[in-house]
Every structure is written in structure tokens, then in C-alpha cells.
Design a protein around this ligand. Structure first.
Ligand SMILES: [Ca+2]
Length: 282
């Protein structure tokens, strides 16, 4: 089995294919196309993800500028080569932004050209071609039309900002409201209070976490804040409480009725203890 050391991605929106437009349908004259992937275990299709959450899981492979040439506006084409190690099998995404970055959408496709070649079976020259006519998936406020990929705009406050406005008095100092601050000094950061649905100023409110080994799996169940989403949470595991590694759940379920989240992991090998912890992605 040969390792995938390098890969080339060609990305194209040319005459005869879909081109990029602004929210009014006019060809985009200034903007950028990033080509990249998202972290393993991160589901970018979950509704309500903020730009910051997408960016935290984003790995850029390369980028190019949208053309500003008469008859070519909204088009682009480029070829980027890079290290394919660790990206084997990852789906490729286009993150298209207007000039200044105010409007953006992330596009992808189910087409096989939109996956980094798999180690062991690289195609000739490890090339992957991605064409605008193959796009069939949009993340964020974009629209896929027969002839265009539209950026509908994505401006607004995050769910965390909205929660701060609800939980803190008007005009509260930012030194109290940041996600890493523990405003009520109860040992839980504001980010965890948001994620777990407890009050950031209600010292003494603690979420109840439950961990159950069940057959071939381990289930971690905990309360979830009303506007927190599965993409807000990452997980780590350790066998010695010293060396922590990323834990990717095999399954994540949300119970809307009582706002609990259950992450299911493969069980540790027999006879060994395993510890899990939750890491906020804020
Ligand atoms: Ca706290």
C-alpha cells in the first residue's frame, strides 16, 4: 500500500458552468474561493453553525481569486498541489467569500472528484478535479441554481452572543461575558454554562453528566443548552488522565424533549479504564 504524499486539486467555474453571484444574482466581481476540508467528526451540514464554528474546523488546501474580467465575472480556475498526508478520503469543500468577507457560502458535492484520493489507490498523478457543475450541497446562506452559485449573505450574531444578551444584564462588561470567563466563579466557564444550559450568574447550578458502558459501546449523556448544537462539542479520551487524545463519537443524538445530548463511543479494550472529557468549540 503506497502512502498518499501529494495531491493536486483543480477547481473550475468556467464559461458553460455555474458561476458565483451576489445576493442579487449579479456576477461576483471580487471575492475568494478557498479549497479545503473539515476536521474528521465535524458535520458542517448541521443547521445553525456560525462562521466561527466552521472556521475552527476548517483546513485550507489552497485559494484563488474570483475573476474581474468582462465576460468572466464570477468565474475562477486554479490548480493547487500540496501534502495529501492526513487528508486521504476527505471531502473537498469550496468556501466562497465576497470581497471583504461579509457574504459567504460553503459548497460541496457528492461527486467522486470532490474527495481527496484514498491512500493505497491514488489515481494517476493524484489529481482531483472539482467543477462548479458538480456542486449539489450548500452550507450556510447560499443557494444552488441551475446556472449560478449564489452568496445570500451570512451576517449576524452567534447563538452564544444571543445567549449572553439573555443571561447577562444589559450593558454587562465584556470582561464578564466572554466564553472563557467564569462569571459566577463556580468552576464552569461561561462557554460550558451556555453549552450545558445552566445560568452563568447562578452559582451552584451544575449539569449532571452520566457515563454508561453498554455492551460494545460507552455512552456519555449530558444536558445541552437550548441553542447549543452538536458542532459546539468536541471530545477527548485518556487511559491515564495525563495523555488526552481526540475522541470521535460513532453516534451523536439529541433529545429535543429534555435537551440532552448523548455521544456514543467505541468501548475501551477489556480490562482497561478509559476517561472522557468534553471540550467546547467556542
Ligand atoms: Ca460559571
Amino acid at each position: 500500500m503506497s502512502a498518499l504524499a501529494a495531491v493536486t486539486v483543480d477547481f473550475i467555474a468556467q464559461p458553460g458552468q455555474r458561476f458565483v453571484t451576489d445576493a442579487n444574482g449579479a456576477p461576483l466581481r471580487e471575492g475568494t474561493v478557498q479549497v479545503g476540508t473539515f476536521a474528521v467528526g465535524f458535520d458542517p451540514t448541521v443547521a445553525g453553525l456560525t462562521k466561527e464554528q466552521l472556521q475552527s474546523a476548517w483546513t485550507e488546501f489552497g485559494r484563488t481569486e474570483i475573476r474581474a474580467i468582462a465576460g468572466q465575472n464570477g468565474r475562477f480556475s486554479d490548480s493547487k498541489s500540496g501534502d495529501g498526508t492526513g487528508l486521504s478520503g476527505h471531502r473537498i469543500y469550496w468556501w466562497i467569500t465576497s470581497s471583504g468577507g461579509e457574504a459567504y457560502a460553503v459548497f460541496s458535492s457528492d461527486d467522486s472528484h470532490w474527495r481527496i484520493p484514498t491512500e493505497g489507490t491514488p489515481p494517476p498523478a493524484n489529481a482531483t478535479l472539482t467543477s462548479s457543475n458538480e456542486v449539489n450541497q450548500v452550507i450556510g446562506e447560499g443557494t444552488i441554481k441551475p446556472d449560478t452559485l449564489q452568496l445570500d449573505g451570512f451576517i449576524g450574531s452567534s447563538p452564544y452572543d444571543a445567549w449572553v444578551n439573555t443571561e447577562f444584564p444589559p450593558g454587562a462588561d465584556v470582561s464578564l461575558t466572554g466564553p472563557t470567563v467564569d462569571a459566577d466563579a463556580d468552576g464552569w466557564s461561561n462557554a460550558f454554562e451556555f453549552l450545558m444550559g445552566t445560568g452563568p450568574l447562578g452559582r451552584g447550578e451544575y449539569p449532571v453528566l452520566e457515563i454508561v458502558a453498554r455492551g460494545a459501546t460507552t455512552e456519555l449523556t449530558f444536558p445541552k443548552g437550548a441553542t447549543a448544537i452538536t458542532g459546539d462539542f468536541s471530545y477527548q479520551f485518556s487511559d491515564d488522565m495525563i495523555d488526552w487524545k481526540t475522541a470521535v463519537p460513532a453516534k451523536v443524538e439529541i433529545s429535543d424533549a429534555n435537551q440532552t445530548l448523548k455521544a456514543t463511543f467505541s468501548k475501551a479494550s477489556a480490562g482497561r479504564a478509559r476517561f472522557y472529557r468534553i471540550v467546547p468549540n467556542l
